[in-house]
Design a protein around this ligand. Structure first.
Ligand code: FDA
Length: 406
């Protein structure tokens, strides 16, 4: 049997950060992962350039049944701390928009950096190694049955992430261990995911696949409401693009979503004003200035208005109806593209039984849950990696203290 101070299961974003921090503070750490390739989600993230953090990251950018839980860890390890690490490794980066930071070259450089940080902490890599079972020994040690033999550790960190993209190694391991140790789970579901519609409902729009535009998209009511001004993309099966991915995290099955295709514009008033100016313009021509022409024409067809009709010849009622249709398009998705396409899993280990300072279980001393496995779900735009780094650092520091104090 091999013996360590700390075993970290899951060598993704949170697990590598945690292992590196714990190792560099003197902990003897084993980092275990079953996947043949290291940190595949970092590799494919941000279109291969990894949107590794967001300068604006704060509790308001995260969804959780316990909204204040993430505050402490995020405040103690900020985007600037991660940038300092990147700069020390001479990794070039840039801000894309709205505080989203990406690598200039490749997400591989983030993986290499975390690997080097783990090596600096003399972390023992155990991969690809599958953990079959976890038990608690009489001395309070955690005993891990793996396909490479038994591993004992005084502290155990679960960093196996969520359910999204099973084909690259996502499993329900964290949830199973949480349940085994008496933790509650907040319902899990795919988030940051395209929305789909029944084929009948979507038939009129399917020919718009590929059309993209900036919209305001919203769903939900009161405190559970999400509203974003971001790009929307029509697909063959439904809607995608950053705006739709964002509200998918707020969407509840059966709820409608509301889309303003002309955000910042009072379409009714502007159409009526154009008409009263005595213009000879055709409606299709005017709308094509505001929207992608394919979309404008599809909307006109749906309202039985010819794109060649002159504004002057359309009734005020028709213009108002059209304006409203653009500004308040309301439709009800039938579902989502599921974990196959979701960037993250919403829900997970209930944080009300974890310490917000250390990520340690309130039920089992020495047991920690970090990263996406926990019920903290970030917006699109680098927030999920920032949570992985921050929760990883918090647990890495705390696990070393725990081992020293026991
Ligand atoms: P992560 O999934 O990174 O790691 C979990 C590890 O555990 C994996 O290595 C897995 O193999 C291992 N594991 C699972 N089960 C196991 C088991 N039973 N035994 C052993 N090991 C096991 N976020 C962001 O902020 N910016 C971005 O640009 C993107 N882009 C993006 C693109 C795509 C396509 C996806 C799917 C996701 C993103 N994300 C993102 C989300 C981000 O990737 C995600 O939130 C973090 O990787 C979560 O980090 P974790 O370490 O918690 O899990």
């Amino acid at each position: 049997m091999e013996s360590f101070d700390i075993a970290v299961i899951g060598a993704g974003a949170a697990g590598m950060m945690c292992a590196a921090v714990a190792g560099q503070r003197g902990g003897r750490v084993a980092l275990i992962d079953h996947a043949p390739r290291l940190a595949e989600k970092i590799r494919i993230s941000g279109g291969g350039r990894c949107n590794f953090t967001n300068l604006q990251a704060g509790p308001a950018n995260y969804l959780s049944a316990n909204p204040h839980f993430c505050r402490s860890a995020l405040a103690r390890y900020t985007p600037h701390d991660f940038l300092a690490l990147l700069n020390a490794h001479r990794i070039a980066w840039h801000e894309k928009h709205r505080g989203q930071l990406f690598c200039d070259h490749s997400s591989e450089s983030i993986i290499d950096m975390l690997k080097a940080e783990c090596d600096k902490g003399r972390v023992a890599w155990r991969r690809p190694v599958a953990v079959q079972a976890v038990r608690r020994g009489e001395s309070g040690h955690f005993l891990l049955d793996t396909n490479a033999g038994e591993i004992a550790a005084r502290a155990l960190v679960i960093a196996t992430g969520g359910l999204s993209i099973p084909k690259i190694g996502a499993t329900d391991f964290a949830y199973r261990i949480a349940k085994q140790f008496g933790h509650k789970l907040i319902d899990m579901r795919p988030a940051l995911v395209p929305l789909t519609f029944s084929s009948d409902d979507w038939a009129p729009f399917s020919e718009l696949a590929g059309v993209s535009l900036e919209v305001e998209v919203a769903t939900g009511a009161k405190r559970a409401r999400g509203a974003f001004v971001e790009d929307l993309l029509f697909t063959h099966r439904g809607l995608s693009g950053p705006g739709v991915l964002q509200i998918s995290s707020y969407w509840q099955s059966g709820d409608p979503i509301e889309i303003d295709l002309l955000p910042g514009r009072d379409a009714c008033a502007e159409l009526l004003e154009a008409k009263s100016s005595g213009t000879k313009r055709q409606i299709g021509n005017l709308l094509a200035q505001w929207l992608p022409a394919r979309l404008a024409h599809a909307w006109l067809a749906a309202h039985e208005v010819s794109p060649d009709a002159r504004l002057a010849d359309l009734s005020d009622k028709t213009l108002r109806r059209l304006g409203e249709a653009f500004s308040r398009w309301t439709l009800t998705p039938s579902g989502t593209e599921g974990y196959r396409k979701a960037e993250v899993t919403k829900g997970g280990v209930d944080t009300r039984e974890l310490s917000s300072a250390t990520m340690m279980s309130a039920r089992t001393p020495g047991l920690y849950f970090i990263g996406e496995a926990v019920d903290v779900t970030g917006w699109l735009g680098g927030y999920n990696f920032q949570w992985a780094w921050a929760s990883g650092v918090a647990a890495g520091q705390a696990a070393v203290e725990f081992v020293r104090s026991t």
